[in-house]
Design a protein around this ligand. Structure first.
Ligand code: RB5
Length: 151
């Protein structure tokens, strides 16, 4: 699978481990950085990966920050992205089966590297169930073009 990967300073070390694991498993990884633990702003990295996913330059994206929350909030601002913050295996499996999540976000201050590796493996290997879930995803997609206010 072709996967875009990025982090912020809090997620840098785990991103390096995730990249090594993905490459060892035979995946093609586009690393959008950063290249060190120097302090950065996570929206800059979330947007790069989210746009690569939305533009279909890659099949999936993975983002790592302290909690995974900021990366998910930022990535989900990009139309076409369904980012899920999954810090356990059940969430990763459900994010794929029910939500067809195309971006996984991880919290490096929440989980260890062995669990992160298992979550990543579930995220890349679990197919979307489709069926009854598709109408719901279509409604989410429709929100991208709907007004943000009630009036
Ligand atoms: C950085 O300190 C931290 O706020 C960031 O990595 C992330 O956890 C935000 O959601």
């Amino acid at each position: 699978m072709h996967i875009a990967l990025a982090a912020d300073h809090a997620g840098f070390a785990l991103k390096e481990e995730v990249r090594r694991g993905l490459e060892k498993a035979g995946h093609r990884v586009e690393d959008f950085g950063p290249a060190s633990e120097q302090r950065v702003d996570y929206p800059d990295f979330a947007s790069a990966v989210a746009r690569a996913v939305a533009g279909r330059e890659v099949e999936r994206g993975i983002l790592v920050c302290g909690t995974g929350i900021g990366m998910a909030i930022a990535a989900n601002k990009v139309a076409g992205v369904r980012a899920a913050n999954c810090n356990d295996l059940f969430m990763a499996e459900m994010a794929r089966r029910h939500n067809d999540a195309n971006v996984l976000t991880l919290g490096a201050r929440v989980i260890g590297s062995a669990l992160a590796e298992a979550i990543v493996q579930a995220f890349v290997a679990t197919p979307y169930d489709g069926g009854r879930h598709q109408d719901r995803l279509d409604k989410i997609t429709a929100l991208e073009d709907s007004p943000s206010t009630c009036s």
